[in-house]
Design a binder for this molecule. Structure first.
Ligand code: FES
Length: 180
């Protein structure tokens, strides 16, 4: 069919519209495909990000854990004895007292005219160390003027209780303190 210039060619118009529609459809399909691919790629990327993060955390933890263990070692259980040699007989002359360590605690050993007594050296008021007052012949805490008998029994002062008492004996020239 011959087309005269300016004349409307319906078939050509439809052809053009068909082509345009096909192109549009192609474009939409392509865009949809891209979205789906992006979603899949994004999912993979997220997974990889998490994986790298987790591995990084694990790596840092394996470095920090030994450092933390070294810096804060677990508390060792202290060995508690029922009795122990704390010193030599001559270390506590008559009418004097001396503080020794027993199970890591300060223990006062008194020798009054050859008679030994032992008790905690930590005042039961606020924990100051007590001392033997030879002049008054009793045990004194200088912090707030507490007084105890030579066996650790409370006499006067702000302290709420007696000093914890221990047994003591001299054997083979050694002073042995034991739980009473
Ligand atoms: S701590 Fe000993 S009297 Fe206060």
């Amino acid at each position: 069919m011959q087309i005269v210039r300016g004349e409307y060619d319906r078939s050509k118009r439809l052809e053009v519209i068909g082509e345009t529609d096909a192109k549009r459809r192609e474009a939409v399909e392509s865009a949809q495909k891209t979205i789906v691919e992006d979603a899949e790629t994004g999912g993979r990327r997220n997974f990889l990000t998490y994986l790298v993060g987790a591995l990084g955390t694990l790596f840092v933890a394996t470095i920090l854990y030994p450092i933390a263990r070294y810096s804060y070692p677990p508390e060792r259980k202290k060995k508690v004895s029922n009795s122990a040699i704390v010193g030599k007989d001559g270390e506590v002359p008559p009418n004097s007292g001396k503080i020794f360590k027993f199970n890591d605690l300060p223990v006062m050993v008194l020798n009054v005219n050859g008679e030994y007594t032992a008790f905690s050296a930590k005042c039961t008021h606020l924990g100051c160390l007590v001392q033997y007052d030879a002049k008054a012949n009793n045990v004194w805490c200088a912090c707030h003027n507490a007084r105890y008998n030579n066996d650790g029994t409370k006499i006067s002062g702000p302290q709420p209780a007696d000093l914890q008492k221990y047994g003591v004996k001299v054997q083979d020239g050694n002073i042995i303190v034991f739980k009473a």
